[in-house]
Ligand binder design. Structure first.
Ligand code: NAD
Ligand code: ZN
Length: 358
């Protein structure tokens, strides 16, 4: 009998320019006595006027999150430990930032109520207790972290998400104004994460009509902003935010594929960030996604974006092995991309050659 994934989604969604201004009234009914709301804010917004718009009440606290590196299990554990020591209980965690800060917020919310280390929960459905109330407010569009049931963390032995029904946000605030000042390169890398999600989902073997409906819409929106528009404007921010949402919904019922699997290996060994890492890999995937890669290259050229080359030059065989082990451990991604016989198609030799070209 077929088993269909029965997945949990985000609780509440508000979308619109200026919707951030509703945050105070959104949070009010979720406050438990004097337990504070904790605002985890991307360090990009240090000294930014956005901080003055955060609706602080009582013991509420703003914590600036350093996302120079992608979130680590040690960083999550430390934040949760310090919050428990300082406040005992908190009413909620609100993540304001790119995918990194949103993932941090989800993970810290879970670790406020679950024992041990976040590294114990990297995997599928290992989290047993609901976390505290958590809200995601993206300031970059593309990762789909605002809708996903995972929070990607680099742990002691792997880079893997805490995938669970307790991970999705209780509330998201989609205000495209918050993405307005993102630099063109960063906007492109994160936007391409969405584009690549769409290609991997739409070309994958797990595809069903649910995923296809969202994936096609997200792809269309990506094309409108990155292929058709002459110059970037507010409408592009509006569209890319919805592309990210729809792209995330698409992979909820399918999976990502080759670019992500290979990119995870780079991230683990070299610390390559998700958006740019996906671009570095996508640049060399003609064999798997010919039409998508051709269109991708056109967008890179059109937006005059630098995609690094030769990042694996000089690595030792041992280091290539580490990356390959990380990539090959992500079985659902390969199965989605290449089918159940994927191990015969993506042999270690083939993957080694691919890494060698990056
Ligand atoms: P990011 O969150 O890592 O941020 C990239 C840089 O942009 C940072 O320096 C940040 O400070 C800065 N920044 C954030 N908002 C900005 C703004 N408005 N203007 C200018 N700069 C801004 O980048 P990302 O691509 O959004 O997220 C990548 C992360 O998301 C990775 O850690 C990846 O693992 C994770 N991810 C998670 C999921 C999921 O489903 N949970 C999916 C994809 C990626
Ligand atoms: Zn991604």
């Amino acid at each position: 009998m077929a088993q269909f994934r029965n997945f949990r989604m985000v609780g509440y969604v508000v979308y619109g320019r200026g919707s951030f201004n509703q945050l105070d009234e959104i949070l009010a009914p979720r406050r438990n006595g004097d337990a504070p709301m904790i605002f985890l804010v991307d360090h990009f917004f240090e000294n930014n006027a956005l901080l003055n718009r955060i609706p602080l009440r009582g013991k509420d606290k703003i914590i600036m999150a350093d996302v120079t590196y992608e979130p680590k299990t040690t960083q999550v554990d430390k934040l949760a430990r310090e919050l428990k020591a300082e406040f005992g209980n908190v009413s909620g965690i609100i993540g304001i930032g790119g995918g990194s800060v949103m993932d941090l917020a989800k993970a810290v919310a879970l670790m406020m109520t679950n024992p041990g280390s976040s590294a114990d929960y990297q995997g599928w459905d290992l989290v047993k207790q609901a976390g505290v109330y958590h809200v995601g407010i993206p300031t970059l569009s593309g990762t789909g972290a605002e809708v996903s049931r995972t929070t990607v963390l680099t742990g002691p032995t792997r880079k893997l998400g805490m995938n669970s029904d307790f991970t999705p946000f209780d509330q998201i605030v989609l205000d495209p104004e918050l993405t307005a000042n993102a630099p063109a390169n960063q906007r492109f890398y994160t936007g391409m994460d969405c584009y690549i999600h769409c290609i991997e989902s739409l070309e994958g073997t797990y595809l069903n009509e649910f995923s296809k409906s969202y994936g096609e819409k997200a792809l269309q929106l990506c094309r409108e902003v990155f292929v058709e528009k002459e110059t970037w404007d507010a409408e592009c921010d509006d569209k890319l935010m919805m592309a990210s949402y729809a792209g995330g919904m698409s992979i909820a019922y399918s999976q990502v594929g080759v670019a992500h699997a290979v990119s995870y290996g780079l991230a683990y060994l070299l610390g390559t960030k998700h958006g740019i890492g996906n671009c570095i890999v996508m640049n060399h995937l003609e064999e798997y996604y010919p039409a998508g890669v051709a269109e991708f290259k056109g967008m890179v050229e059109r937006h005059n974006i630098h995609i690094p080359q030769g990042i694996c030059q000089g690595l030792t065989e041992n280091q290539f092995d580490i990356m390959m082990n990380v990539a090959l451990s992500l079985k659902p991604l390969w199965e989605n991309a290449l089918g159940t016989d994927w191990e015969k198609i993506m042999t270690r030799e083939k993957l080694r050659a691919l890494y060698g070209r990056l």
